[in-house]
Design a binder for this molecule. Structure first.
Ligand code: ADE
Ligand code: ZN
Length: 326
């Protein structure tokens, strides 16, 4: 995809990025070799050709399978460093990165190994690349709330390294309300809250309602189905609850990019920003996502700049950094 000089030059903030979803096939092979792991495919091209998703569940199968090569703190460091290097090349100034600790602890990789590796990359990227970043710990909603609570407690010694908590993985039949107690405790511990309400999932509006009314999250990841309920849209506006939309991801796992919906919601005053979700699997980082908005949405440069300012506004960056990003 051709990236216009305007999109390339925009200073960017990324708020919806699963660090495990940045595992490019080249790095997957390198880590597999380093850790003596056999992969199901022989070449990078074969791996890419296997990425043919038509819904969230088919994507998640590949996503969790890919993580098997991540074993040591060095692996997590290399993963995050590769992403932050790519982010710097796209003029990303600040990134809030999701990580899925349970996807690793459930296969015997200690929480400490995961977070130490990620943290070291964050410090290195700030020092050497000028990219600032934060971590958001996601709970896997297809595991029991008790496991999420145990993970929350396990994170507390690292509280200062984590901005907030999220909820991701397979949403069907796993409403946010089931995790209300976990999020209440997370809030007590000072964590900020965000939650995935994936696009075109059965029960999406009720899930968004629970996130807004019952749990009181600060942001919603995806969440664009809210457009179906004008009263709920107005609540987002009134409470300053922003949406992190991911157009290229949407083309894979929902019905279309939803760029028209983003334009509609922004027009009604909702703070929506543009993000990359799982760029190694969906084939586009933040610049490609913004370019798709430009190409398909027919929007002007001022609108693209507004989407980037929305990201700053709804970010959880410290106030001094927020002021710099504006
Ligand atoms: N985990 C990684 N990417 C995800 C997405 N888009 N939705 C839900 N869970 C995810
Ligand atoms: Zn996501």
């Amino acid at each position: 995809m051709h990236i216009s000089p305007f999109v390339a030059g925009l200073p960017k903030v990324e708020l919806h990025l699963h660090i495990e979803g940045t595992l490019e096939p080249e790095l997957k092979f390198a880590l597999a070799e380093r850790n003596g792991i056999a992969l199901a495919h022989d070449t990078v091209d074969q791996v890419r050709a296997s990425y043919d998703f038509d819904d969230l569940s088919s994507f998640l199968d590949s996503y969790y399978d890919g993580m098997n090569v991540l074993r040591t703190a060095e692996d997590f460091h290399d993963l995050a460093m590769a992403y932050l290097t790519r982010a710097a090349s796209q003029n990303v100034r600040y990134a809030e990165m999701f990580f899925d600790p349970q996807a690793h602890t459930c296969r015997g990789i200690p929480f400490d190994v995961v977070i130490q590796g990620l943290r070291r990359a964050q410090l290195e990227a700030e020092q050497n690349l000028g990219v600032r970043s934060g971590l958001i710990m996601c709970f896997l909603r297809d595991f029991q709330p008790e496991y999420a609570m145990a993970t929350l407690l396990e994170s507390l010694p690292y509280r200062a390294w984590i901005l907030g908590v999220g909820l991701d993985s397979d949403e069907t039949g796993n409403p946010p309300g089931a995790f209300a107690e976990v999020f209440a405790r997370a809030r007590q511990e000072g964590y900020l809250l965000t939650m995935h309400c994936d696009v075109d999932i059965a029960g999406s509006i009720e899930h968004i309602r629970q996130v807004v009314e019952d749990i009181g999250a600060a942001r919603i990841d995806h969440g664009t189905n809210v457009v179906e309920n004008p009263a709920l849209v107005q609540t987002l506006v009134d409470r300053g609850i922003g949406l992190t939309s991911c157009p290229i991801s949407n083309t894979w796992i929902s019905e279309g990019s939803k760029i028209d919906v983003v334009k509609d919601l922004v027009g009604r005053g909702v703070k929506v920003c543009i993000n990359s979700d799982d760029p190694a699997y969906f084939g586009g980082y933040i610049a490609e996502n913004l370019q798709l908005v430009a190409d398909e949405g027919g929007v002007d440069e001022a609108f693209l700049a507004l989407l980037c300012r929305n990201a700053v506004d709804i970010s959880w960056a410290p106030l001094d950094l927020k002021a710099q990003l504006r």
